[in-house]
Design a binder for this molecule. Structure first.
Ligand SMILES: [Zn+2]
Ligand SMILES: [Zn+2]
Length: 183
């Protein structure tokens, strides 16, 4: 599977753009992350000629399911993120530069923008979409940014209100000192 766009229509018309639109099942996203992509992923944007190659720009609307790292609630979030990627024809004028590129995925990064080589007249956006989704994932997955988590004493979900437990952390050395002065 892939998200294939033909560049044939753009070849003779520099600066022109063609729109693209894909809906793929989340199961097709090749992404090793701690979240599960669910439902349908919508990819919208345009492909344009840059003179040297092509640039795909657009947005990815996707949904993910995960367990909140703080309160352990099963959470599903839908969000829309931007992406941009340059494509260069592998047999193009950029000649010996291609040799230094990683052969495995034909992908490298220059000036912060992702560049990908392609053969023939078709670019595939699916790896771009998958990689963008992996890169955008935060270290912590929270059900909401101000999630209060669980009580460390009783496990109560503090988003539902306070449980009344004393959660102050007592330094064991200070505790020993307090015991000492008790005598
Ligand atoms: Zn939470
Ligand atoms: Zn508690």
């Amino acid at each position: 599977m892939g998200m294939f766009i033909s560049v044939t229509a753009l070849r003779e018309t520099p600066g022109q753009t063609v729109p693209f639109s894909f809906n793929v099942d989340a199961a097709e996203l090749d992404a090793a992350v701690s979240v599960t992509f669910v439902g349908e992923t919508e990819v919208r944007g345009t492909l344009q000629t840059t003179g040297e190659g092509y640039r795909a720009e657009g947005t990815i609307k996707y949904s993910k399911s995960f367990t909140c790292d703080r309160c352990l609630a099963e959470t599903t979030i839908t969000e829309t993120i931007p992406f941009s990627e340059k494509f260069f024809r592998r047999d193009g004028s950029r000649g010996d530069e291609n040799i230094r590129r990683p052969a495995e995925k034909g992908e490298t990064e220059m000036k912060g923008e992702v560049e990908t080589d392609f053969d023939g007249d078709v670019v595939d956006l699916l790896p771009t979409v998958s990689d963008t989704l992996v890169a955008i994932q935060p270290m912590q997955n929270l059900c909401r940014t101000d999630c209060r988590g669980l009580c460390s004493k009783c496990g109560h979900d503090l988003n539902l209100g306070d449980c009344g437990c004393d959660r102050r952390v007592v330094d064991p050395r200070l505790a020993a000192l307090a015991d000492f002065f008790k005598d």
